[in-house]
Design a protein around this ligand. Sequence first.
Ligand code: ADP
Ligand code: ASP
Ligand code: MG
Length: 413
Amino acid sequence: MKVFKFGGASVKDAAGVRNVADLLQSVGYENTCVIVSAMGKTTNALEEVVKRYFENEDFEKTISGVKEQHITLAKELFENPTDVSNEISQFFDDIVSFLRRNKSPNYSYVYDQVVCCGELISTKIISMYLNSINIKNDWLDVRDYIKTDDTYREGKVNWSLTEQNIKKISPKGLFITQGFLGSDSNFFTTTLGREGSDYSAAIFAYCFNAESMTIWKDVPGVLNADPRYFEETQLLNHISYEEAIELAYYGASVIHPKTLQPLQQKEIPFFVKSFINPTENGTEVAKGEALSPEVPCFILKREQHLVRLSSKDFSFITEDKLSGIFNQLYDYQIKVNLMQNSAISLSLCLEDKYNNLDKFVADMNEAYKVQEENDVLLYTIRHFDDNSDKVVPTEKELLRQTVRETLQIVVKA
Ligand code: ADP
Ligand code: ASP
Ligand code: MG
């Protein structure tokens, strides 16, 4: 089997869906499992629905908006869109009745039951469209295959069950299924974390022992910097698994960080290619040299917080205190992207996905003097050279750290 993954940008409109069909025809789709994300920014819109629901605001209008977008798209794709429009309406009506009935105050649980709709619908539309133009395929509900625990919004994969399930699929033909989703032991929907569809593809690739996996992106491959923030980027032709894991870990968002490990374990060749120019080589992630060409790689993480904790009484920040601080960070699901400590202070560059920073700071204020700098940028440069920090606005520098081939600089936004 081969595994392909198409993200939201590749299927954001009818032209995108047609392009997927053309792409499959040009590169071939025999014995291929295709993982697809929600269309465009659908996941964000569905997140908004959940937010409004919990804030007791009108969420049905937001749902109708998303539903209309999908129906409009279906009308552009299908000569007779009645069947597909009915399917789309059914998914959205199910969400509305779920929300009306729901009694659970668990935000993350409700989130997963609602947000999954984006992927379920996108794959339905694409599967039906491909069948309508004679690209025969089977639609699979990924929740019958990828099993997770019940950590809603961050489902942890049960690998043995998932592998058993996926191995039951006869590896012949073309399958279309959802990224980002799984289900727990009660068959409630779970999600694997935002941008998790790359990871879903890697799960399938691992369980199928796939011959390769390709993620189709709006860029020519992995570049040495995100073209949204840096000029004069260069295509990386080859990256080792280890280097790719490092780049993804530091925030090269073109690959979801969890994607690499399953692929590396079975040494499955992994390609990042352009859905606009699908026959170009793109980037190959495989065994071999770390990076080709050997150039510095720049990564920018935004919306970071720099927090400096210093002891109030001039006492050392020792292991017991550090472990208390890190336990709190873990409990609040605050991610540490950089740390630097001295005898009586600890500086942390933090990412606060779940808006818990104020609570953490309040807790820390009891024992430490806390200095907080919000909205800072974290630049990471792998394989830096003497000129590398020229791209960083160093006049606003707050902190700098070098560990072997990695230079990190925190600056004010
Ligand atoms: P998907 O449609 O699969 O969700 P993403 O938007 O997650 O795609 O990933 C593609 C985007 O990743 C590109 O548009 C680009 O802005 C960004 N990106 C970040 N870092 C890099 C990099 N090093 N190389 C290429 N693209 C990058
Ligand atoms: N649709 C999900 C998201 O936007 C998963 C993905 O696209 O990878 O986060
Ligand atoms: Mg994405």
